[in-house]
Design a protein around this ligand. Structure first.
Ligand SMILES: Cc1cc2nc3c(=O)[nH]c(=O)nc-3n(C[C@H](O)[C@H](O)[C@H](O)COP(=O)(O)O)c2cc1C
Length: 195
């Protein structure tokens, strides 16, 4: 697919065809895109938990979702694939202490880099004809989540990504905000000079 089309077509998809698994080659492709993301100092301090079986996905939702079912949860649970991107601050601290960097403090890029990797997976899903949604794991459920999957405390999930073939969805109420135009967010030469 043309890059322009992939970018414009990408929307968060929150309902999926539960009967169409994500082909293994697409899963592999998404992970291959993820590791091609830029990272500060080429630290690559990320980790991805890939949940493909119904048991593992159930375990994820049981650990992270509130007990009360919502329409959002019912739709998201249809996703045949969940990828949880993690950041690891310690990797950046170690990398920036290396002689070629020699910085007393690592710049806080660990979540940014995991976010870049996540965006590549979101775009990769669209390119493969699928949909995906990046969403948050509530802070008070992160310990539950780590315990459920044996994730070391050095790794923090920056969110999670559902992936699958799109099914009829509800429009997110957030979209009512509308997209802020370039003229409002870009500044030419000096702040406040409209683009
Ligand atoms: C960091 C981040 C966190 C988000 N968290 C959630 C979430 O918890 N639940 C959800 O349904 N969507 C979540 N979204 C999706 C946004 O609501 C969505 O990107 C925004 O409304 C614009 O819609 P679009 O991505 O379809 O263009 C999140 C997006 C980002 C970038």
């Amino acid at each position: 697919m043309e890059f322009d089309r992939v970018v414009r077509k990408r929307r968060m998809v929150r309902n999926y065809d539960p009967d169409r698994p994500v082909p293994q080659e697409v899963v592999d492709q998404l992970l291959d895109y993820a590791i091609r993301a830029p990272s500060a100092g080429f630290s690559q301090g990320w980790g991805f938990l890939v949940l493909e079986t119904a048991d593992d996905r159930d375990r994820f939702w049981a650990a992270t979702a509130p007990a009360q079912t919502t329409s959002w949860l019912t739709r998201m649970r249809n996703a045949p694939l969940i990828i949880v991107p993690h950041s690891n601050r310690g990797v950046y601290e170690a990398r920036y202490a290396e002689p070629d960097k020699g910085r007393p403090e690592a710049p806080p890029y660990w979540d940014i880099d995991a976010g870049f990797a996540s965006l590549l997976m979101l775009l990769g899903a669209v390119d493969a004809g699928l949909g995906a949604c990046f969403f948050g794991i509530p802070a008070q459920r992160v310990t539950n989540y780590r315990d459920a999957f044996g994730v070391p405390t050095a790794f923090t999930p920056i969110g999670a990504i559902t992936v699958g073939y799109p099914a009829p969805d509800l429009r997110s109420p957030s979209l009512k905000r509308g997209r802020r135009p370039v003229s409002e967010v870009a500044h030419r030469g000096r702040w406040g000079v409209s683009y």
